[in-house]
Design a protein around this ligand. Structure first.
Ligand SMILES: [Zn+2]
Length: 177
């Protein structure tokens, strides 16, 4: 896990300006802990924190809205052939970053903070932390100094990356095989 985040190290005001919800351009759905923002032009969805969290703290419990035997771009992997759609649904708006501040703990079924999170921070998780072999690999442009570039799932990570990040118990069991 990377402790310093170029994004979260910025003063909150700058961060708020960077991710400024323009009310005419961005649809906003507010929940008790988070704000979901949707850009109606690009369709890009993101989730921002409304409060602070400390590392290890549960941000929100989750459960399965539906279960599939194969992954898709919205599912989270629980086991070899078990991929869930998230409930509450807004959690599926959490984007990938190579410098994550949270992860889906699929044993406790909790979204857990990995770093200190401030109100206004975007929630971001490291997709390979929960996905062995992703349905849709992509070229990452997260802006992290340590961006890994191509993201395809935990099975494609270097040993250095495996040692640097947190993973679900299922992914850890795959590394041991
Ligand atoms: Zn990246």
């Amino acid at each position: 896990m990377i402790l310093s985040s170029p994004l979260t190290n910025q003063p909150l005001q700058t961060l708020m300006n960077l991710s400024k919800p323009n009310p005419t351009l961005v649809e906003v759905l507010t929940t008790e802990v988070a704000e979901k923002r949707i850009d109606p032009i690009s369709g890009h969805r993101s989730l921002f924190s409304l409060r602070s969290f400390e590392p290890g703290e549960c941000i929100h419990e989750f459960s399965a809205k539906a279960t599939h035997s194969t992954p898709n771009y919205l599912t989270v992997q629980l086991a070899e052939n078990k991929h869930i759609e998230l409930y509450p649904e807004y959690l599926e708006c959490i984007n990938h970053s190579c410098d994550p501040n949270c992860m889906f703990d699929t044993t406790r079924m909790e979204l857990v903070a990995l770093q200190h999170i401030e109100p206004g921070d975007e929630f971001v998780f490291f997709y390979p932390s929960a996905e062995w072999d992703m349905d849709q690999p992509f070229q990452c442009h997260c802006g992290s100094l340590h961006c890994l570039g191509m993201i395809g799932g935990a099975r494609y990570l270097s040993r250095e990356s495996v040692n640097k990040y947190e993973f679900t118990d299922f992914i850890k069991s795959k590394f041991r095989r």
